[in-house]
Design a protein around this ligand. Sequence first.
Ligand code: NAD
Ligand code: MG
Length: 389
Amino acid sequence: MKRVTILGATGSIGCQTVELIEAAPERFETVALTGGRNVALLADQARRLGAKIAVTCHDDCRADLEQRLAGSGIEVASGDAAIAEAAARPADLVMSAIVGAAGLLPGFAAIRQGATLALANKETMVAAGPLVLAEARAHGATLLPVDSEHSAVFQALVGEDRGAVERVILTASGGAFRDWPLEQLATATPEQAATHPNWAMGQRITIDSASMFNKALEVIEAKELFDLRSDQVEVVVHPESLIHALVGFNDGALMAHMGAPDMRHAIGYALNWPERRDLPVARLDLAAVGSMSFRAPDEARYPALRLARRVMEEGGLAGAAFNAAKEAALDAFLDRRIGFMQMAQVVEQVLDTMSRAGALRVDSPGLDAVLGADAEARARAARTDLLTA
Ligand code: NAD
Ligand code: MG
């Protein structure tokens, strides 16, 4: 039996993880489930999986959760500290599926107990990649990527000589606006940005896909996870989302990972690793697919990709600042305080001011420095002219 904890169980990744675990009760035992305000769903999941503890990050939701789990014998807790404590409970695998930098500390708690950390939360690697790898080494923890592109790269690297890797190519669908005229993007609304042509995901990552901030985070995530130079990570727009990523080797070979756009593949691969098991995903009929297309990403349309390059060159705390500024800009876009294309302007201004202040150039930053840069970037984002206007 694999003991599993799911951080962010009520979200898009979390629900699909619950579904796969529920389908194999003889192989998985659930330790902890965490969520937010959707306590009805969290309580239901905890009962179905027979979890030991259910935790909501909101203290004002605790009484409701307690009531829903009364008589079940399932422990209830609330608050950020309780989520980190739940992540520290002995488990073989912890699924990190909280959205945003909020996933960072619970992820560290899981690493420190030596669990295998299945990382859907890409923000962890963007904000603190080198630190995460060092902690994992120190505690004997294993990191398994769950982001579809990174799971694809991980799978393409099995049995390969890492030294023979020349480059990694991440595919991008292009998001909701890939075919919109450039000048129209300024008027895009959160509702329009929150629809994805191929993948069903949480609201925030779907909007990040439209702006390619998601791909920008993934480029940095790939560099950190697979120990690459920034010039070894490429992005190609592939509207069909059937190839998830490719690895290029020094003999010219390209290993592509293909499959239906269904996150249950990457989630299931991590849950079952190091084995492969049957998964309920559609099998591709290549003759029916017929053809696939590729094109270079347009930098004017996707300034986030340029910013990702800059973040990788700057290193230090740039990733933590970049992610936090992006989260603040996304909040402002969702509140209709800034336009779609202004998100990148906010992020760039934050990087500019922090860079000028020397706040990003820190060698081997620790967790406190990462959290400090995150807080400073959010504060600086709030003070940018776009957000004070
Ligand atoms: P989601 O919004 O659907 O779910 C987020 C989960 O995190 C929910 O359970 C929510 O209650 C919880 N949560 C939110 N804020 C929290 C906080 N402050 N403290 C504690 N818990 C909190 O998100 P999602 O789409 O499932 O994405 C989760 C992570 O996986 C993100 O990092 C995303 O980038 C990554 N990811 C998602 C997909 C996808 O298909 N959805 C694909 C690849 C990577
Ligand atoms: Mg992805």
